[in-house]
Design a protein around this ligand. Sequence first.
Ligand SMILES: NC(=O)c1ccc[n+]([C@@H]2O[C@H](COP(=O)([O-])OP(=O)(O)OC[C@H]3O[C@@H](n4cnc5c(N)ncnc54)[C@H](OP(=O)(O)O)[C@@H]3O)[C@@H](O)[C@H]2O)c1
Length: 244
Amino acid sequence: MRSARVKRERRGGSRMPRPFVAVTFAMTADGKITTKKYTAVDFTSREDKAHLIRQRALGDAVLIGHSTLERDNVRLGIPREELRKERRARGQSEYPLRVIVSNAGRFTPALNIFQTDFAPILIFSTTRMPGPVQKQLREKATLHLSDSPEVDLCWMLQQLRCDYGVKYVACEGGPSLFRSLLELELVDQLNLTVAPLVFGGRMAPTLTGANFDFLPRSVRGSLRDMKVVGNECFLTYRFTRRRS
Ligand SMILES: NC(=O)c1ccc[n+]([C@@H]2O[C@H](COP(=O)([O-])OP(=O)(O)OC[C@H]3O[C@@H](n4cnc5c(N)ncnc54)[C@H](OP(=O)(O)O)[C@@H]3O)[C@@H](O)[C@H]2O)c1
């Protein structure tokens, strides 16, 4: 009985409520999301960048993996006033909470995000985070550090729902975090932009990273929306939650 419950909870099937999770990515026509060196490559249009911000603006929280934060050095703001106005009209705060996940916690405190205070920053990590980093980040962010070697993503989402009132998470990857969320069946929607490029390269990561293993189970989505703007295709897939 107990092991069935633990398995169900690991797959995101616990009865504790969690937010809706929508993940946004852009990929090339051959399914690559960056180069093999994981450099911050700019391969999409202005329309796609505006699309990403619109998706972010829907969230009560925006969620990002540590590596993407370090590599892209994003602040996770909403530059357009009209989107912030729409949020206020929906009863949301002006900006989403900014949530970062990291197991090792080796953050660079000089990152742009830590120089801004327009929205709270929550970091879900472990007690492996080095002491001096903890000290510096406590001035800028709320730290949730667990004793276990890895962050329990299901628990994290439940905390966001129960303690912070987050009903909608706009996740901006990256691929390792997306894979972890998929493995736990914690993704409800995928917003995918297909850009008209082909990178090639066996080692360049796809949506689920450079991990060549199959997922424990294939995740089947249904296509909810498709728009073509210029040479890019904007797709929206929904994944249904499996009954446990
Ligand atoms: N094309 C796109 O739409 C798009 C979108 C996003 C990112 N990217 C690109 O993707 C690249 C980064 O890829 P990535 O896979 O390295 O990045 P990532 O998924 O953002 O970050 C991976 C890191 O996040 C933390 N993490 C992942 N799963 C976790 C879990 N279950 N629990 C706790 N922490 C977890 C770990 O941090 P620690 O190592 O600190 O433990 C892990 O090393 C960058 O080049 C970025 O530009 C592209």
